[in-house]
Design a protein around this ligand. Sequence first.
Ligand SMILES: Nc1ncnc2c1ncn2[C@@H]1O[C@H](COP(=O)(O)OP(=O)(O)O)[C@@H](O)[C@H]1O
Ligand SMILES: [Mg+2]
Length: 299
Amino acid sequence: MPRKRLCILSRKKSLYSTSRLVEAARQQGAQPVVMDTLRCTLVVSPQGNSLLYRGEPMEGLTAAIPRIGASITTYGMAVVSHLETMNVPVPNPAASIARSRDKLRCLQLLAQAGVDVPRTVMATAGMKVRQLVDSIGGLPCIIKLLRGTQGVGVMIANTRTEAETIVQTFWGLGQDVCLQEFIVESSGRDVRALVVGDEVVGAMRRQARGGEFRSNIHRGGEGTSIQLDAHFQQTAVRAAKCIGLSVCGVDMLEGKTGPKVMELNSSPGFEGLETATKADIAGAIVRHSLSLSRKSEAK
Ligand SMILES: Nc1ncnc2c1ncn2[C@@H]1O[C@H](COP(=O)(O)OP(=O)(O)O)[C@@H](O)[C@H]1O
Ligand SMILES: [Mg+2]
């Protein structure tokens, strides 16, 4: 049997999550192949699609783990869907990554599937901000860019004037935003669950620093390991299934009535989570990705 070759699509080998995936692949007897997403040439041809890496044909990949940063979403998704057409199994298909990158689209699908989410409304230029605020239950409210990460582009408005000023600034820049009910009981903290396949392999509570309401680690939030109750675990796994991601970070607010899913991250960094939980997250992701190839062989 030839050795399994596990592709990790990532801009840099030195990133924590990438280097941990490389290490885990080796531990599981596979050969890791880190490919810089922007150095993949996608050749579409009636003779069969092929991929060149730094000019050389790349073949014989057992599976591929996409780690696609927000800044290269468009090309990254093209690379992932190209691999899919070449029958390389991926835990997160391009269509699912696209769904998760648009916060409103993601929430629409979750709500349709009966997953609890904060009330949210999309605001496009010319709408009455007062009515939009009322439609999500009033003030204070959260205003978000549809595509933001690491807490950038998430704001809070305590007054109508603040809401109007913020929304109109974004409209002036040609950006649509969404307004969202502020889940006050979860202010400054949230739960990150890492889903791999059908289970949560690690979870942490993130607590914001000082008076900050955003608990992102990049905004200075601190993570502590927690054991999630069954309701939170089931919600995270259901949300991942609904969007079609089999490796993802599910961010949930702790509402009075239970978990409210805010967003899904299809390329979750897991340095904070491995540090907080001491769990082998990389090992779980690699095991799952290699198992996809066995499933596709069995077909
Ligand atoms: N509706 C909300 N109610 C309370 N806090 C929120 C709400 N939405 C976001 N937050 C806080 O802001 C943080 C960032 O929001 P999020 O939508 O996850 O954006 P990003 O993609 O930038 O991480 C969350 O982790 C949470 O702490
Ligand atoms: Mg987030």
